[in-house]
Ligand binder design. Sequence first.
Ligand SMILES: Nc1nc2c(c(=O)[nH]1)N[C@H]1C(S)=C(S)[C@@H](COP(=O)(O)O)O[C@H]1N2
Ligand SMILES: [Mo]
Length: 411
Amino acid sequence: MKKEKKRSRRSFIRKSVLAYVAGVSGIEVVLGNGAPPQYATLPTDNALDGKHQDLLILSDKPWVVETPAHLLDDDVTPFEKMFVRNNGIVPEQKIDENTWTLTIGGESAKTKKTYTIQDLKAKFEVYTYQLVLECGGNGRSGFVPQGAGNQWDQGGVSCAEWTGVRLKDVLADVGLTDNAVYVGYYGQDLHPSRDPAKAAISRGVPIKKALEDETLLAWQMNGQPMPLQHGFPLRLVVGGWPASVSGKWLHTILVRDKEHDGTKMDGHSYRMPRLPIMPGQKLSETPDNFKIIESMPVKSLITFPKTGFVADTAAPVRLRGHAWAGDLEVAEVHISTDFGATWQKCALNPPKNRLSWQRWETTVSFAQKGYYEVWVRATDQNGVAQPMVIPAWNPGGYLNNSCHRIALKIA
Ligand SMILES: Nc1nc2c(c(=O)[nH]1)N[C@H]1C(S)=C(S)[C@@H](COP(=O)(O)O)O[C@H]1N2
Ligand SMILES: [Mo]
């Protein structure tokens, strides 16, 4: 771990020098720092098979890769451009989806039931939703001092189409007792230590979120069988909340009579201080001090053009991207070409379904030559907008939803 840190530090310094040189020549300035190191070794657990070569590697133990903003331009994120966030080792034995089972039990389940994927398909109605999955730590690299964990830029987000049955329909078939408050998931991946007694991660959501229409037990992504890296053969998919609640390689769900207490539900994991704290401030990691992150905050990306774009004064520049707001809808998107002094409203599409991201686009004319930054800022249906600078510091480095920026040059 120590060694890894050193390596990325050195790479950071090298990148900063590159950023300076690039700055002089007018390209790749905004994203010039904090770029992750690239690794020479290849995964032994197939974590990156079939992935786009320009994804940025944040960690190799376990594998974590993010998507540069310009590769998130598709309406529906394709497999090869989807970020991967593993907390452990991708299941190594060959998985047979015909014999795979999901067991639902727990203190607050009336019975314990086991389903094959075939059972789920036969017994319950099948739905498809396009859902935003964003890592709770997306944007972490913006915090000073650095939050512990993968140093995400802003590409730990995807919006694929997931097909499966509603968790609420299956929970109704099992039956819930009145004291059901939470569900917790268990997946087949190994803890990095390979200790079978430990879970790599086991998180969950309050029963209210579990019972939403869009919360799926999915076996398909983008109309294809679920890729191994994203949870084959069965995955819990919960849009709008930290993607860590969307359990991959799903084999068990427990209905709990208390907040789920699985791996990474404690300490400051996926939690924010209940009261704002000073950057770097130490705070004992008790539930009195920290609360679990639920809906993700409003956010947006510029997915076209790519930072470093060069245009001329004659043609207006077309800009586009996506915006999303956790459990809420996005109401407005604005862009600024003068560092936030003035803002221009963009065209914004409605979401395809609840919890999907929304396409925005606009055109900007630049009368003068020179170097510009374009900032994008989304506002949710409650009138809450993205901050222009890094928001509240927290020990886990979560929820940095500050405005995305690109650099461009009018030559
Ligand atoms: N079983 C299991 N589920 C998991 C994880 C994991 O490591 N194991 N990682 C979680 C986290 S932290 C994130 S951000 C998302 C990443 O989903 P993706 O790799 O399909 O993009 O999966 C979540 N589900
Ligand atoms: Mo995550």
